[in-house]
Design a binder for this molecule. Structure first.
Ligand SMILES: [Zn+2]
Length: 277
């Protein structure tokens, strides 16, 4: 395996794939990528199947696994909204296995499940384009991956992904147009060593403007989960282009802390009205 010289690293990569909360087909694709077993143009070129290994998308660099799934300039639109991924993009990695290790090392601040699905969708899209089939727009992959992951997690554990939605819906007060309301929640799954972040953005009529869930590594306390959910809610609202929001969660201590200490930057404070239930 390129870039992985120790048994410990190989084991870490294997465990990182095995523990993903994603469909098997995604795990299989990630496993193949870490073993440089995807039929990229570079790999096909080595077998004399193709003569030109230049990437079809950017038309400027050779298409190896890292390029096809990560470094191609056509994919930057996917990574740039995420500060952590944008930072990781600056590092040169010689193989997808090294990239995967870097991702695992940052799993405390990355949704590895979501990223695995994004890699899978990038590869599926790439194959569709090469076959002349209809393909998803690259800029829409992240949102589609979120929905895909949400559906998968709910199918695996429907009661635990959104355990308190019904209870809260009764007390939900709509925002006044044109403001939208961002509700967030965190839940811990101790037996799985993970936590879930749930966010829904609704307009004054109760219509869903955006929704997402993320599974993250289990933090040190439920309060940290709520803080993570709150932070993700603010970022998600920004990603959705919401300019006038109220943000609501039931973690009073987190909300009060944010408001009192002005943890948010000035733009955030202007844009978001924080409240707790
Ligand atoms: Zn490219």
């Amino acid at each position: 395996m390129p870039g992985c010289s120790t048994q410990g690293k190989i084991q870490a990569i294997w465990n990182g794939i095995w523990n993903l909360q994603v469909p098997h087909i995604v795990k299989h694709m990630i496993w193949r990528a870490t073993h440089n077993a995807l039929p990229t143009l570079c790999n096909l070129g080595r077998r004399n199947v193709v003569s030109c290994v230049r990437c079809w998308s950017c038309k400027s660099e050779s298409e190896d696994t890292v390029h096809a799934l990560w470094k191609c300039s056509s994919l930057f639109v996917l990574w740039e909204p995420d500060g952590v991924l944008k930072k990781l993009l600056r590092y040169n990695v010689s193989s997808f296995a090294d990239l995967w290790m870097m991702v695992l090392d940052n799993r405390h601040c990355l949704d590895v499940n979501l990223l695995a699905i994004i890699f899978w969708m990038i590869w599926s899209r790439r194959n569709s384009v090469r076959l002349g089939e209809a393909a998803i727009e690259i800029r829409n992959i992240r949102q589609q991956a979120r929905l895909f992951l949400q559906d998968f997690l709910e199918a695996q554990d429907p009661k635990r992904v959104c355990p308190r939605v019904i209870d809260r819906a009764i007390r939900w007060i709509p925002p006044i147009h044109p403001r939208v309301k961002v509700n967030f929640d965190g839940a811990t799954f101790n037996s799985k060593g993970s936590a879930g972040l749930g966010i829904v953005i609704q307009d004054g009529s109760g219509g869903v403007v955006g929704a997402m869930t993320e599974r993250v590594h289990l933090p040190s306390s439920p309060a940290v989960v709520e803080a993570m959910a709150c932070r993700r809610a603010l970022l998600f609202a920004q990603e959705q282009g919401c300019v006038d929001c109220s943000v609501e969660g039931d973690a009073e201590v987190i909300i009060n802390s944010i408001v009192a200490r002005e943890v948010l930057n000035r733009n955030m404070v202007r844009k978001f009205k924080m409240s707790s239930r």
